[in-house]
Design a protein around this ligand. Structure first.
Ligand SMILES: [Zn+2]
Ligand SMILES: [Zn+2]
Length: 242
């Protein structure tokens, strides 16, 4: 199957470990044959990142660079157990989609029930399309509740390369991932591949993620990266509920 896009990348605007611009990222995406690239800077609650005005103005940014179509999103921070996120609906409506993630600098890890409630409540937000790195071992999510909520709220779960790939920077949590993926397969929950590349170097670093999918015979039709029209419909259908 062909991977058409990477759902999760950061440029210099996120302020973390890279000076690469969106132009640098798009050039690399073109070189490796991606048709689309999602740019998902950290939303404002993350230290050192950009502000709400930046995200609001992305609607005027070029939609194509070097033949690669750019999809502008954000990686939102879940800020409390109610699932509130750090950009308002008026800003999120200027973006194509968004990822919501738990980050320890913004949301202190506590119990499985509190961590899981925070992310499930965020999934109820019609602007939230993807849960970022649910396998982050800093937090303890309940895979059964997470996959039920993903199905109910039409939210995809990310298979994030940073905890899987040899070049990744997050501690791996393979037992959780395998449990989550088996539950996605059984319940028909969509997943999405994201490199979480800060800068251009790790864009579409999916070899190890795809090995896991093959090992558990994960259905191709539940991987949104293989079908850009399905990804767009998936986002559009949830936004219709706004
Ligand atoms: Zn993140
Ligand atoms: Zn990220």
């Amino acid at each position: 199957m062909q991977v058409y896009f990477d759902v999760h990348t950061h440029s210099v605007s996120s302020g973390h470990h890279t000076k690469d611009t969106i132009t640098d990222l798009a050039k690399k995406a073109a070189e490796i044959g991606l048709k689309y690239l999602c740019i998902t800077e950290h939303a404002p609650a993350m230290i050192g990142t950009t502000n709400a005005s930046y995200f609001r103005n992305l609607r005027y940014a070029p939609k194509e660079r070097f033949g690669v179509k750019i999809i502008y999103g954000a990686e939102l921070n879940v800020i409390n157990q109610n699932g509130d996120v750090d950009l308002d609906g008026d800003v999120l409506s200027c973006l194509d989609f968004s990822i919501a993630s738990l980050h320890k600098d913004v949301f202190k890890p506590s119990s499985e029930s509190a961590d899981t409630a925070a992310i499930i409540n965020a999934m109820k937000n019609p602007f939230v399309n993807v849960v970022g790195h649910p396998d982050d071992p800093t937090f303890s999510l309940n895979a059964h509740a997470l996959t039920d909520a993903a199905k109910e709220t039409s939210t995809a779960l990310e298979l994030n390369s940073a905890g899987i790939s040899k070049s990744g920077y997050r501690e791996p949590n393979i037992p959780f991932l395998v449990e989550m993926l088996y539950l996605c397969k059984r319940k028909g929950v969509y997943i999405v591949l994201g490199s979480d590349s800060h800068g251009k170097d790790r864009i579409a670093d999916f070899d190890d993620s795809i090995k896991i999918l093959k090992a558990i015979d994960f259905p191709d039709e539940l991987v949104l990266n293989y079908d850009i029209q399905l990804f767009k419909k998936f986002i559009g259908d949830k936004r219709c509920k706004i």
